[in-house]
Design a protein around this ligand. Structure first.
Ligand SMILES: CC(C)(COP(=O)(O)OP(=O)(O)OC[C@H]1O[C@@H](n2cnc3c(N)ncnc32)[C@H](O)[C@@H]1OP(=O)(O)O)[C@@H](O)C(=O)NCCC(=O)NCCS
Length: 259
């Protein structure tokens, strides 16, 4: 008898309330939309996460590698009860956050990644994720870990998260912290921003396409190459100068005897 292995491998998602989209005005004056995406949109996000696997600065590499795997896990039905939220400005992808429901009471925060720096976009995206767990799914606690000092400052310190070091987190051996309903309510007025409903045109623009980030984090430039390229984009001047040096007659050493 043929066995449909895919049926055995694929977890069956439990139904959950969706995250209602919201929007907020950033310090730049731009309006950012935060909305939930389904599996069908994941292939449009992955190409913007993959290049960050090569950015060591601020731990983008490890976070991007893990987030990429989690997005793929969601897309290929290999994670139970995962959700993904994206932040967009005029369609441009500015942040991705994800997590999952462990059960009706406990949430597991996975990752937060900002694609445009300096506007607290990641902070707002993380806040939306906490709002989803606490206010929409009405869970009792969300388990959170930090993989970077900026993350630690943004989550553990700003939300005053509780230590739960005895509880293993799905991201591995890093110490687990928890956001409880009491801590969430304390942080709510300061950290959770946004308004609903999102104006129809704004939401339609966000849903129409996930556009590439305009200024994503990049690996550092090769400064030597940059200096050379100012007057010599191909590096040919440097190469020919080195060749000239090699061809030039070696000056005779002082005191050398001639045959
Ligand atoms: C952690 C993270 C989500 C926070 O996002 P954010 O709230 O939008 O904050 P930013 O990354 O823009 O800024 C963080 C700090 O760097 C500074 N910064 C601003 N622009 C910057 C830039 N172009 N490059 C580097 N740092 C910048 C900010 O001033 C800010 O300082 P502050 O904490 O004193 O306010 C984001 O830094 C990120 O994606 N980091 C890599 C992945 C990661 O660590 N995720 C969290 C895992 S726990």
């Amino acid at each position: 008898m043929a066995v449909d292995l895919e049926k055995l491998l694929r977890p069956v998602d439990n139904p959950a309330l969706p995250f209602p989209p919201k929007c907020m005005t950033l310090a730049s004056g731009e309006i950012m939309v935060v909305r939930q995406v389904g599996r069908e949109e994941i292939p449009n996000i992955l190409p913007h996460i993959e290049p960050l696997i090569h950015v060591e600065r601020d731990y983008y590499d490890i976070v991007a590698a893990r987030l990429y795997a989690e997005l793929l896990g969601f897309y290929r039905h290999r994670v139970q009860d995962e959700y993904v939220l994206v932040a967009q400005i005029d369609g441009e992808l500015t942040a991705v956050v994800n997590g999952r429901r462990v059960d009706s009471k406990v949430g597991m925060s996975y990752h937060t990644l900002t694609l445009r720096r300096g506007l607290r976009i990641g902070s707002h995206a993380f806040a939306s994720k906490m709002e989803y767990h606490m206010e929409i799914m009405k869970q009792e606690a969300v388990l959170v870990v930090a993989e970077s000092p900026i993350g630690f400052r943004r989550w553990m310190i700003e939300y005053e998260l509780e230590k739960r070091f005895e509880v293993p987190h799905e991201l591995g051996g890093v110490p687990t912290y928890a956001l409880t309903q009491a801590l969430y309510q304390k942080a709510r007025g300061k950290l959770i921003v946004g308004r609903r409903p999102v104006p129809v045109k704004l939401l339609a623009k966000a849903e129409a396409a996930i556009l590439p980030p305009s200024d994503p984090p990049r690996p550092p430039m090769d400064m030597l190459a940059a200096t050379r390229s100012m007057s010599d984009p191909t590096g040919s001047v440097l190469i020919s100068r080195r060749a000239d040096e090699l061809r030039a007659p070696v000056p005779a050493k002082k005191g050398a005897r001639h045959a």
